[in-house]
Design a protein around this ligand. Structure first.
Ligand SMILES: Cc1cc2nc3c(=O)[nH]c(=O)nc-3n(C[C@H](O)[C@H](O)[C@H](O)COP(=O)(O)OP(=O)(O)OC[C@H]3O[C@@H](n4cnc5c(N)ncnc54)[C@H](O)[C@@H]3O)c2cc1C
Length: 235
């Protein structure tokens, strides 16, 4: 940030969502504090938006990059509300709100309540043919395995195997995480990609317990609040 005769000048490099949000925040904070501020946004390409790009072609809507954000992380939702575009939110269609994992050439629905690597509901997990009984028992051990005390980072793959076992990793977490990050979970930092699971382990000592607590809390919140209720993913 440079300063010239009381006026400040901020330069933001990159016009993706991060740079655009930074410009907006700078402008808002400067106005709130009565600070005269000029902002220059430097963008290398011919357009802003970065990897966010929507194309309409032959009657189809094509997203080149992201198509949704998670509503449980409040920042993105709050920004949309502040910008007055929350009335344009598109939630997921509950009729087709299912993910599938392919196993032995057959598509299997992800069991109800299952979140990324661990089950949050008992019966659908018991019934799913996606895991062997041995694999299911190993996953249930998450309820008893003590939390890791060291605060060093670990690979996502290591975390899943440590808490829920190899089957949970190869048959569910790996395809789910690969679909999100298009990269190898053996090389992904847990802290950088899924800090929530680390918090779950710290707070509840078990991912399964944390998911059940989360479910209970969501049900309670939905009973207690009268504002808009959003689906997990919003576009
Ligand atoms: C295929 C794909 C799907 C995704 N899906 C989702 C999703 O569904 N939900 C979700 O939450 N996230 C998703 N993400 C992640 C999310 O899109 C990104 O984390 C986010 O858009 C990154 O924004 P950014 O502004 O940090 O970076 P970018 O969007 O990469 O923007 C960086 C900008 O900086 C410019 N730039 C770079 N270097 C310079 C320079 N030296 N000088 C000037 N300008 C420069 C670039 O041209 C670009 O415009 C997805 C990502 C990808 C790739």
């Amino acid at each position: 940030m440079s300063e010239n005769s009381g006026r400040k000048h901020a330069i933001v490099i990159g016009g993706g969502i991060t740079g655009l949000a930074a410009c907006y925040r700078l402008q808002r904070e400067a106005a709130a504090r009565d600070i005269p501020l000029d902002i220059t946004l430097l963008e290398a390409s011919g357009r802003v938006g970065g990897v966010i790009e929507t194309e309409h072609r032959d009657g189809f809507l094509i997203e080149h990059g992201p198509d949704a954000f998670i509503s449980t992380k409040p920042a993105a939702k709050a920004l949309c509300e502040e910008l007055g575009i929350a009335d344009q939110f598109i939630g997921t269609n509950p009729k087709v709100r299912r993910s599938f994992v392919i196993r032995n050439g057959t598509l299997h629905p992800v069991p109800e309540g299952f979140y990324m690597m661990a089950p949050g509901a008992f019966m659908p997990f018991l019934k799913t043919p996606l895991f062997s009984w041995r694999g299911k028992l190993r996953m249930a051990l998450d309820l008893f395995i003590p939390r890791r005390e060291r605060d060093t980072d670990e690979a996502v793959a290591h975390f899943v195997r440590r808490r829920l076992g190899t089957e949970a990793f190869t048959r569910m977490a790996q395809p789910m995480i690969g679909g999100i990050y298009t990269s190898d979970a053996e090389n992904l930092s847990l802290k950088a990609t899924f800090p929530r699971f680390l918090e779950m382990e710290k707070a509840h000592g078990s991912i399964i317990k944390a998911l059940r607590a989360q479910k209970k809390q969501a049900a309670q919140t939905s009973r207690d609040t009268s504002g808009p209720r959003y689906s997990l993913f919003l576009s």
